[in-house]
Ligand binder design. Sequence first.
Ligand SMILES: [Zn+2]
Length: 397
Amino acid sequence: MEPLVRIRELEKDRVNFVLENVHLGFANSLRRVVMADIPTVAIHQVYMEINSSVLPDEFFVHRLGLVPLISTNCDEAIRSTQDCSCDGSCVYCSIELLIHVKCIESETMEITSNHLERIDLPVTGDEGAVGEAGEELSKRGERFGWPVGKGELGVPPVLLGKLRKGQEIKVRCIAQKGIAKDHAKWSPCSAASFEYDPYNKLRHTSYWFEKDIEAEWPISKNGEEEERPREDEVFDFHAQPTKFYFNVETDGSLGPQEVIIKGLAELQKKLANVIIGLKQGGDGSDPMADGTTQGYNAPAAGGGGWGGGAAGGADGAGGWGGAAAAGAASTWGGATAAGGGWGNTSPAASGGGWGTSPAQGGTWGSTSPAQTGAGWGGGAAATGWGSPNAQSNGWNV
Ligand SMILES: [Zn+2]
């Protein structure tokens, strides 16, 4: 059975969808990857120039780091500091923000994320001060690096501190790219979870209760999606969960569409790396290079399995073949090639994020709303899934 996706609810910063016919491990991998492996920008270096407020510098700095910043197309729009040839921060790997506020009224003044002003760094400078020129700047949206919600009506800003008359704060902040595995401030998700088996038919959990299990553990609304177990139903030892009820909520730095699509691309990249590692062998050399048939290449002869084989390598037409090779005619398609199975990693770049599925015939495509133009397709779709800044009004919903 092919995987199915059905979107139940969609808002500018959250999505609720049902994923069917995948393994529990896959659903969990997707959940983990969207929480911890998708890059965003967040304030990472802070220069406190003036702080006469009652808050210690460290308090303030910590709060600044947690302010969500618009990170649309972060993959291409900003470079990791580690990959940049500059001396620490430059226009290609950093966003500079400044807060300078002084209270001159007798009323208490609130410092909020709306006071953060993005300062455009110089594109040229002394040698070493600016990294090697790249295409990052042309891939950035107009509001890239702005605090989420700044300048938008009805979106309350993040409160950072308070000032009384005469107090002043002046802070220079450098925001950089990172992932939540390094620090939670880089997570694009404020929540990412799924439920499965609402009736607990599989007995993956045991409920503690005082008197009445049904009253104390009411069935969630996902129970409506599944058949209620019969009184006399026999426990099935071989049953596996197949339906997962996802709820993903973002902090606004990325839209829900970008989070899910990038999450899948990230999973694909991780798998491709495993495949490359297996093909090369543990020591980095290719154990197949001398033409021997030992090792893991057994299923390759029929064109299936792990691809390659004694003579094969990346050009094999086998199942796993050439995961990262652009032109390989493998089932997975070129992981990085635009024409490959999963389509472009960036939803905005192609007509539809999910595109056709690796299996010919478009399993994701046919079941997802992309075909009706309503959902997963294109970042610019009128109904949502886009990320902040994808449209002139900032949101895509
Ligand atoms: Zn740099």
